[in-house]
Design a protein around this ligand. Sequence first.
Ligand SMILES: Nc1ncnc2c1ncn2[C@@H]1O[C@H](COP(=O)(O)OP(=O)(O)OP(=O)(O)O)[C@@H](O)[C@H]1O
Ligand SMILES: [Mg+2]
Length: 317
Amino acid sequence: MKSEKAVEVINLEKKFGKFTAVNRISFAVNKGEIFGFLGPNGAGKSTTIRMLCGILSPTSGDGHVGGNNIIKEQEAIKQNIGYMSQKFSLYDDLTVEENINFYSGIYRISDQKKAERKEWVIKMAGLEDLRSSRTAILAGGWKQRLALGCAIIHEPKIVFLDEPTSGVDPISRRDFWILIKEMAKNGVTVFVTTHYMDEAENCNRIALIYKGNIIALGSPHELKTEIMREEVLEIIIDTPEDWIERLMKLEVVKEIALFGNALHAVVENAELSIPLIKDFLTNEKASNYKIEKIEPSLEDVFVSLIESYDKNEEKIK
Ligand SMILES: Nc1ncnc2c1ncn2[C@@H]1O[C@H](COP(=O)(O)OP(=O)(O)OP(=O)(O)O)[C@@H](O)[C@H]1O
Ligand SMILES: [Mg+2]
């Protein structure tokens, strides 16, 4: 298997003892794509990334990253990709410059390019005034940009970012995504994991991974319009939290959750459910409510897919 794709895996599996962390997943990432990998804690995101980066050998399955085989060519992969781990692998005791020098060495940047690349990282990270400071004193957003700079100092064509924005303030998150989009515009493939739904919207395509399985894959628009079988109603009502339990008792309401100041209810069929819910609310003497069908948010889609996966799993047991 030789691949034209930036990333391609077939039946990729990782077991730790008897526990299956990644369960024979198959997918491909196009060159220049921003590919989001989403899933709750322990879903298998980091384990998958580590296999793709040549750090961890799969139990079975096969795959290529940038044309290199993930089992036989792990060293070539490590040299050719950028990897930013969940813990931002920076040395706190080193200064900003020393960290950059360290990664220049690992990636064997040529002597004539070293200085130029270092300045590029420092400028990209906005660390001009802090180049001689110990990394330990940097705030989260700066550390994050320095970690990204170090991960891409060798100008890789494929970059893996494992929760690059966790624990970083909203402004830094937004700036970080501007950088990511710029990289993609220049042809770099970005594979990124995140827990933030607003960030997922920036991805060209998203895979949702749960208990080691990919349970949905598509563009944000496809996921919202095609993949979710149920429909979502927005209910605007006074003291919405007081209504959650009562509305859940209605047979047509599959799920209900507070969403800002409103409720989002998942139903099989919006047209049939709206009159039933209206009758119920009128009977219960609710005043001033509004109810309408809305396009589901990505969060609605994911919650719904995960719930139905769990229900199916229970049935099989
Ligand atoms: N070296 C290991 N030995 C045993 N179990 C492991 C090992 N690494 C990961 N696991 C387990 O595999 C599962 C998947 O872990 P992984 O780190 O890939 O999840 P994740 O999706 O990245 O989660 P998070 O969002 O918390 O980072 C978890 O149950 C984890 O405990
Ligand atoms: Mg992880």
